[in-house]
Every structure is written in C-alpha cells, then in structure tokens.
Design a protein around this ligand. Structure first.
Ligand code: UDP
Length: 331
C-alpha cells in the first residue's frame, strides 16, 4: 500500500481551503486542516483531521506540524480577508496575517515541506498599467494588501536563508463551487459580488452597484473572476511544481482568468444564466475599490503548465447550485 502524501492546509475550514482539501483528497493526497474557526465552519471539516488553533502562536503551530508526520506540502490560506474591515482594524490584520505566516514559514521549513502561500492582487494597490504582471510594483493601499505583501517578504527570507521552497499565488476574484456543488462560498456577512448577485436573484436584498463613474468602459469596476475549480487546480500544480527537482525561478504568480469583467457584465450574465431579473440599485463608490484589476497570467500558465477552463457563467451557475443546495443545511 502506498503512503499518501500529507498536505497541511491552514484555513482549511474556509471556502478556498476546504475546496482545495476536497480536490487534493480526490487526487490521492492526505489533507490535514488547521483552522481557528474565526470564519471557517466546523460543519465543513467533515471526515478530515483538523487542528483547532491560532497560527499566530508559534509553539502551537510547531506542535501541530510535529503531530502530522510526513508533511510534504503546506498551503497557507488562513488569513483575515476583508479589505474594508482591514481599514477599520489594521492592527488585527497585520498581527494575524503576518505573524501566522511567520510561524507557518518557520514550521514548513522545519518540516522540510514546500509552501504555497495564498497571496492577493491587493498587493498591487491601484496599478498604473494593465494587465497586471508579477513585476508590477507592489503598492498596497489597504492594511489587508500591506499584510499580504509583508507575508510574501517573510516567506522570501526563509526561501533565501533557510532553503524553503515556496510560491506566492496572487489571486484575483475567486467564485463558484466544486465537487457537484458540495463545497462553496458561505460568508457572514457576504461582501463579494457574485454571491450577492445570486442572493438578489433569489429574493435577498437588491444588489448595490458601488459606483458607475469609474474610468472603465461602462463606468463600473472591472475585475478578473476565476472559477474556484481553476484556482484549486493552480494550487495542485504549484505543489507539484515545487516538489519537482530544481527551482521555479519565480517567487510569485498571478492567478486569475486573465479577462476583465465589469459589475454590469456580471449582472447581465447572471440574468441570462439564472433566467430572470437581478434586482439592483445604484450606490456610492465603496472606499478602497481600484477601478480595474486584470491579471496577466502568462507566467502561471507556463510555469505551472496550468490553464483556467471555466467561464463566468459557470461561476454563477455553480454558486447558485451550492447556495440553493448543500449550503442551506450549513446555515
Ligand atoms: N461590488 C458591488 N456590489 C456588491 C459587491 C461588490 O458593486 O454588493 C463590486 C465592488 O465594488 C467591486 C466588484 O464588485 O468593484 C468586486 O467586488 P468583490 O467584493 O466581489 O471583490 P474585490 O475585488 O473587492 O475583492
């Protein structure tokens, strides 16, 4: 019998963490989760092993790694992740996100495991050029983005001086569900566009369009939405790339679909896919929203041998299937 490779997933009870654990388990890995359940859901853990601890605690983090022998890889998702909230609570965001990354980088190094870090396009702030390449200067405008940039820098020290193999994946806008709509996004409060559009369609509050006077083709903000299945596939590819002999030659990769979509585009596509009106109203700009964020994904495609396959329609359809299905039993 072959021994399954253990992958430790921090933030494993959250949206992207639990989706990744599901796919890894289906690909013959042994996922072990870590979560402090500040936003992750106990009901999402299911049959998997999960350590309930705060990664900002160095000793608890090292202990959890020691109790999981044979870890070959770590995916570090655990983080506070709301840009707006980070502006209100910079101390909490910097302490939690940077300190946890410091401890996870140290523990990964000690375990001789490679590390995939969930970073964000928020590190770029308001970019001067589009699409955004990895060499675009990091000028974060929110404490959330700043903490992600600092976390990248923390990891870089362990790569340079301690031989850690690591990759930062800078996500754009993940959406949708996977595993036949068994795993998906369920935040409270929900701030993201696609879940809020689906909720408005289902009779929730009308969607508020945050500004239509941006310097974009239709005046609403443009984002690069990526299906969760494609995002998770990039993590599996990153683990495999790091495990292969030789280096990757890069520290960070953009992970998006490589396509810009406006808030109006999302509403229009949702109306077609869901077959009905999306109640909406105009609202003022949301503080901290850059007008346009679109990824250049050429590096990720070539280094990870990966390609996004799913469409915006798939994201909306799959989120709808999850939220009207399994998610109802988790609330
Ligand atoms: N947005 C909106 N109404 C909402 C939620 C989001 O108009 O209820 C807009 C938001 O201003 C941004 C885009 O949709 O331009 C994507 O926002 P989201 O919060 O999903 O992701 P972000 O890009 O902020 O990480």
């Amino acid at each position: 019998m072959s021994i399954k490779k253990t992958i430790l997933i921090t933030g494993g009870a959250g949206y992207i963490g639990r989706c990744t654990a599901h796919v890894l388990a289906n690909n013959g890995y042994h996922p072990v989760l870590v979560d402090n359940f500040s936003t992750g859901r106990r009901a999402m853990v299911g049959e998997l092993t999960c350590f309930d601890l705060d990664l900002a605690d160095r000793k608890l983090t090292l202990d959890a790694f020691r109790k999981s022998p044979g870890i070959v890889g770590v995916i570090h998702f655990a983080a506070k992740a709301l840009v707006g909230e980070s502006v209100e609570k910079p101390y909490e965001y910097l302490r939690n996100n940077v300190l946890s990354t410091l401890n996870v980088a140290e523990a990964s190094t000690a375990a001789k495991a490679c590390l995939v870090h969930s970073s964000s396009c928020a590190v770029y702030g308001i970019p001067k050029e589009l699409p955004i390449c990895e060499s675009t200067p990091r000028v974060p405008v929110s404490p959330y983005g700043a903490a992600k940039a600092m976390a990248e820098d923390v990891i870089a020290q362990f790569v340079r001086h301690k031989g850690l193999k690591a990759l930062n994946l800078r996500y754009f806008n993940p959406a949708g569900s996977l595993g036949n709509a068994q795993y998906g996004e369920l935040h409270d409060p929900e701030t993201h566009l696609i879940p809020n559009v689906v909720s408005a369609f289902l009779g929730g509050k009308p969607i508020r369009i945050f500004g239509d006077d941006y310097p974009t083709p239709d005046g609403t903000c443009v984002r690069d939405y990526i299906h969760i299945e494609d995002l998770v596939a990039a993590h599996v590819a990153a683990l495999e790339t790091l495990a292969a002999p030789g280096g990757t030659g890069v520290e960070s990769l953009n992970i998006g679909a490589g396509k810009g979509v406006s808030v109006h585009d999302v509403l229009e596509t949702a109306a077609t896919v869901l077959g009905g009106n999306i109640p909406h109203e105009m609202a003022p700009r949301r503080p901290g929203d850059p007008p346009e964020l679109v990824a250049d994904i050429r590096q990720a495609k070539s280094i990870l041998r990966w390609e996004p396959k799913k469409s915006l329609s798939d994201m909306i359809r799959d989120h709808h299937a999850w939220i009207t299905g399994r998610a109802k039993n988790l609330l």
